[in-house]
Design a binder for this molecule. Sequence first.
Ligand code: DX5
Ligand code: ZN
Length: 224
Amino acid sequence: MPDIQIMPSILAADFGRLAEGCLRAEEAGADQIHVDVMDGVFVPNISFGPEAVKASAAVVSIPQNVHLMITQPQNYIQTFVDAGADTIQIHVESKCDIQEVLAEIRGLGKRPAITINPETPVESLFPCLDNRWVDEVLIMSVHPGFGGQKYIAAVEEKIAVIRRRADWVDIAIDGGIDGETVGPAAAAGANLFVAGSYLYKQADMAAAITNLRETAQDNFCRAL
Ligand code: DX5
Ligand code: ZN
């Protein structure tokens, strides 16, 4: 079984106490911190940039999983690496040379990842998989831009297609993950789970992370 990991999204943390929000996730047993970077152009919201990654990396020792929802990721890779990013996810829909940017991330010693919006065909990811340009694929199960949206179950078919094609790749799912949706996503083949609003609204985040992890382990399936 591939490693099952839980990645709290600090988009749902209190921005006035960001460091505390990162520490809270680490102390609750999170495997990575998921940082949602939005530029107000690629998505209709503005969140935070490299300084947030730097602030998070300064207080926790778990990896920084950085999701770039920006139009020109090619201009910011070095900046996010310097800030402390460990995995960098670029969107297959972004206006850049995907292969070149993923190679740059790998060349800087970090984990390249590709992410895909709900309406984009899964075939657009095949070159990344077949040529092993990525270590991780992030499937969006909401339209990117905001936390707290409803999980789109139809993307599970995309997870299954990727899992069948590339059993070695980490498949992350992002958007609307909670105690109900984590099971079906794992059953389709996802092994990394981003969760924002569900985890940060819990009184006991550690129990919720344990619950997500155990439900994912119980349901994980290599190929549907
Ligand atoms: C949405 C972001 C997600 C978001 C998930 O654009 O990519 O990472 O924080 O939030 P929830 O878990 O609340 O759907
Ligand atoms: Zn995200």
